[in-house]
Design a binder for this molecule. Structure first.
Ligand code: SAJ
Length: 448
């Protein structure tokens, strides 16, 4: 089979656009497709519509040298990568309509020998359903779900697993699961991803690869729910949850995540429902985790209300609105949810600060919430609520907070930044390592 030289990526969002950039920077001809004309025009000008470190420079370069071009309609290619959204609708039902629409759109340009890879996070069985959709649109071609190794078209599922904020490096270094609908499909997908990935590639079935992706995010959701449950336990027992978790994590086989005001973003709070929805009778733990994490913003508001002095109008400053630290993304953010709930509490003035954005997110506008910088917000506040542990917020002088009531949902000031008593008694191994200058002393110093 001839070498893959042209790749078409359908959906130029948080995953698709960096993927375009990466293949183009490795010398492939990349055609990025998006239904949004504004996105296509922007990319063709060498600009980007999302915030991701280092992506703007790379896109500028690959557009300027002609290896990436964007289109609103599908174009021919040797390999197609589908990276469109898979949200949920109604009562957490997965919505795979964008995947099916992408399949219908690209079907007319398919030719014998082409590879189609689905990357979108998807319920188990979606790759097969997508292939049925392709086959319906192209009865003149054969597909691996019915014709196996003899099929004209090769189809695989290979989920992205990059972390927003570190997409470019994780795109290259993360290991990947590749689930072909035939052995030939997996082999061709390995050829494709080997062009950009230095991590290991693991071949499995499409269905297993689909569940692997969902499992990763469901695992994280359950682990965060455990941390949030511990936070409630510690509050009841007047103990410091940050210290309890830090010390428990000293155990070689314990790794508890951090509590907070809830789980946001478009992945971890969504993907477990794709498993729950498929097998509701055997997912009690995942369902409980979702409930615990969804309830967190309400718990935080309860903690704030408990600090209010009855009959007195008070000012509450909420610091941080994004869904996690050091990014500007406020979509599905539990911090936004907390501020929204607070705006309905009578007799308080709510001030919000988010160093990464210029104005209040649309859903918080028109509610009497004041938007300002963190220091001004603190100055005016009776109660200061830390919602996101942004680097900048960790640099705030503790003296500014001295006469304020604090609700520190991330433990940034009350634990991570606090002067912890030095309760560590150095063990023998640590002491011997330190005395030998290991591992910090340079080899040249040791020789001296
Ligand atoms: N969070 C906590 N406590 C923690 C860690 C996270 O409360 O200890 C909260 C964050 O504040 C945030 C939410 O969870 O609101 C999710 O943040 P995250 O950093 O855990 O994950 P995402 O949503 O940015 O990216 C996840 C990643 N999945 C895993 O780590 C298993 C990423 O690798 C995936 O590619 C991405 O989902 C995706 O696209 O599915």
């Amino acid at each position: 089979m001839s070498e893959i030289t042209t790749v078409s990526v359908i959906g130029m969002g948080y995953i698709g656009l960096p993927t375009c950039a990466m293949f183009a920077s490795r010398g492939l001809m990349v055609k990025g497709i998006d239904v949004n004309e504004a996105v296509v025009e922007k990319v063709n000008r060498g600009e980007i519509h999302i915030v991701e470190p280092d992506l703007d420079g790379l896109i500028h370069k690959v557009v300027a040298n002609g290896s990436l071009r964007a289109f609103t309609t599908p174009q021919t290619a040797d390999a197609f990568i589908i990276a469109v959204p898979t949200p949920f609708v109604g009562d957490h039902e997965p919505d795979v309509s964008y995947v099916m629409a992408a399949a219908r759109a690209l079907a007319p340009v398919l030719k014998k020998g082409d590879l189609v890879v689905l990357e979108s996070t998807s319920p188990v069985g979606t790759t097969r359903r997508m292939t049925e959709e392709l086959a319906k649109a192209r009865p003149d071609l054969s597909f691996p779900h019915t014709d196996g190794e003899d099929a004209d078209i090769l189809v695989a599922y290979s989920p992205e697993r990059v972390l927003p904020g570190k997409v470019l490096s994780e795109l290259i270094s993360n290991h990947r699961s590749i689930g072909g609908l035939s052995k030939a499909s997996s082999a061709r997908a390995v050829d494709l991803y080997s062009k950009i990935i230095v991590g290991d590639l693991f071949i499995t079935t499409a269905e297993s690869a689909e569940l692997v992706k969902l499992t990763e995010n469901a695992f994280r959701d359950v682990n965060i729910a455990f941390a949030n449950e511990l936070a409630a336990v510690c509050q009841e027992l007047s103990l410091n949850v940050w210290e309890v978790i830090e010390l428990a994590n000293k155990h070689p086989r314990v790794n508890i995540l951090q509590p907070g005001p809830g789980v946001g973003g478009h992945c971890i709070a969504v993907d477990p429902y794709f498993i729950i929805n498929a097998v509701p009778q055997h997912t009690q733990l995942m369902q409980a985790a979702r409930e615990i994490n969804n309830a967190r913003p309400h718990t935080v508001v309860g903690d704030i209300v408990a600090l209010l002095e009855p009959g007195k109008r008070q000012t509450v400053a909420c610091l941080g609105l994004s869904f996690k630290p050091n990014i500007d993304d406020v979509r599905e953010s539990p911090a936004v949810e907390v501020v929204k709930l607070l705006a309905d509490v009578p007799n308080i003035k709510v001030i919000a600060a988010e160093p990464h954005i210029e104005a209040l997110p649309a859903e918080l506008q028109g509610k009497g919430i004041i938007f300002t910088d963190a220091l001004s917000a603190i100055d005016k506040a009776d109660i200061v609520v830390l919602l996101v542990d942004h680097r900048q917020l960790g640099l705030i002088d503790p003296r500014a907070l001295e006469d304020k009531k604090l609700v520190d949902t991330r433990g940034l000031w009350t634990w991570k930044k606090a002067q912890k008593p030095d309760a560590r008694i150095e063990g023998r191994k640590a002491r011997e390592d330190r005395e030998r200058g290991f591992p910090l002393r340079r080899a040249s110093d040791r020789a001296a």
